[in-house]
Design a protein around this ligand. Structure first.
Ligand SMILES: *Cc1c(COP(=O)(O)O)cnc(C)c1O
Length: 392
């Protein structure tokens, strides 16, 4: 059968047909422990029964009604996000890139409304990833992702991640916002120095710009707290928000929360009732099942066990956002682990990324650690050979 999908992804040779909890199954009925978690989307595991039920119930009631009317799932979700520190007002959209794109528009509009028309620049971090739309790509420090797509939107500057001095030097009266991932995900699970975010916060206050925290990957309890940032002016979420359905959001507080007025921004599918019902169920599951605590404990166990089992690698992260930096390129480890029944991916070339569901069990963590350690050992001791693919 010809593949009619555009070849934008280097897909692993595996077709997934079903998922439950921390496991997925391929077309032949073989099961895999999923420690990639749909790229931090399946935070409450695959097909969590409470999420599935919320989707089924809402689907039978109202699929879509447009933002020209009120609809309760979206209003309720916004309220729940505000309760959890995502600003004072929330805009609902469909993806991480769309949330960041909206956040960038919001900060510019905020200063425009204040009459500070020169404050338009956004300062992002080296190693950042904010999405694949034009503006989020302009904020993404990946020249390879940008190649061939120019001209990029203007007004984006990069400083080294974690370098407060370099940031201080660029923050002048032309900067609207600093945009930062509390822990860089695609960039290789890079954790900044412990006081970095609070110092960024202080610098933003001193120089009069806003702070945007891109919590698309770190949010929704991934790092063991609901958000990984504190007191940002704007917070963006997506990935884990919908428990597997596509939904994004950005929240703002203070005067910035009023920056977008009728007609300023929109999204046809934003706040879709089914996606919002799924997100509400996901939030309930996170608190009712104590998943932030579990993420903290299981994250510690995972990192301790990886350090013990693979002393040649550097292990870092927080909660269940964990990276294992290898002394060699990691794609073979991913292939070998998959053949042993464990799904992972590698980012930034040498960093094996582990993003298991937040309700992962101790036994699953230990099984995964054992498979990763064996895969690293096999990849290191054998010269790379083409890996036979188990499926199409
Ligand atoms: C994945 C990701 C995005 C982009 O999200 P999409 O839903 O793919 O558009 C943006 N920022 C961060 C930090 C991410 O991890």
């Amino acid at each position: 059968m010809p593949d009619c999908l555009m070849c934008t992804y280097a897909r692993q040779p595996l077709e997934i047909v079903r998922g439950l909890g921390s496991r997925v199954w391929d077309a032949d009925g073989r099961s895999y422990l999923d420690f990639l978690g749909g790229l931090a989307v399946n935070g409450v595991g695959h097909c969590h029964p409470a999420v599935v039920k919320a989707i089924r119930d809402q689907a039978g009631q109202l699929l879509h009604c447009s933002n020209l009317y009120h609809s309760s799932p979206g209003s309720k979700l916004a309220r729940e996000l505000v309760r959890r520190g995502v600003g004072e007002r929330v805009f609902l959209c469909n993806s991480g890139a769309e949330a960041n794109e909206g956040a960038f528009k919001l900060v510019r509009k905020h200063f425009h409304r204040l009459g500070q028309a020169r404050r338009v620049r956004l300062v992002a971090m080296q190693g950042s990833f904010h999405g694949r739309t034009m503006a989020t790509l302009a904020a993404t420090d990946r020249p390879d992702f940008r190649a061939g797509f120019g001209p990029m939107p203007e007004g984006f500057t990069f400083v080294p991640f974690g370098d407060i001095q370099a940031l201080a030097e660029v923050l002048d009266e032309t900067v609207a916002a600093v945009v930062v991932e509390p822990i860089q995900g695609e960039g290789g699970i890079r954790v900044p120095p412990p006081d970095f975010l609070s110092r960024v916060r202080r610098l933003c206050d001193e120089t009069g710009c806003l702070l945007v925290a891109d919590e698309v990957q770190t949010g929704m309890g991934r790092t063991g707290s609901f958000l990984a940032s504190h007191d940002a002016d704007v917070v963006t979420l997506a990935k884990g928000l919908g428990g597997g359905l596509p939904i994004g959001a950005f929240g703002a507080r203070g005067p910035a929360a009023e920056a977008l007025q009728p007609g300023d921004h929109g999204s046809t599918f934003g706040g879709n009732p089914v996606c919002c019902a799924a997100a509400l169920a996901t939030l309930r599951v996170l608190s009712e099942e104590g998943l932030l605590e579990n993420a903290t404990h299981m994250g510690r166990l995972l990192m301790d066990e990886l350090r013990k089992a693979i002393p040649s690698a550097q292990v870092r992260g927080r909660g269940l956002m964990v990276g294992l930096e290898l002394p060699f390129e990691g794609s073979r480890v991913v292939a070998l682990a998959r053949q042993s029944g464990l799904l992972l991916n590698v980012t930034a070339g040498r960093v094996v990324r582990l993003l298991p569901p937040l309700n992962v069990s101790e036994e699953e963590v230990l099984t995964a650690t054992r498979i990763v350690a064996q895969a690293v050992e096999a990849a290191r001791s054998n010269p790379p050979t083409p890996v036979a693919s188990p499926a199409g």
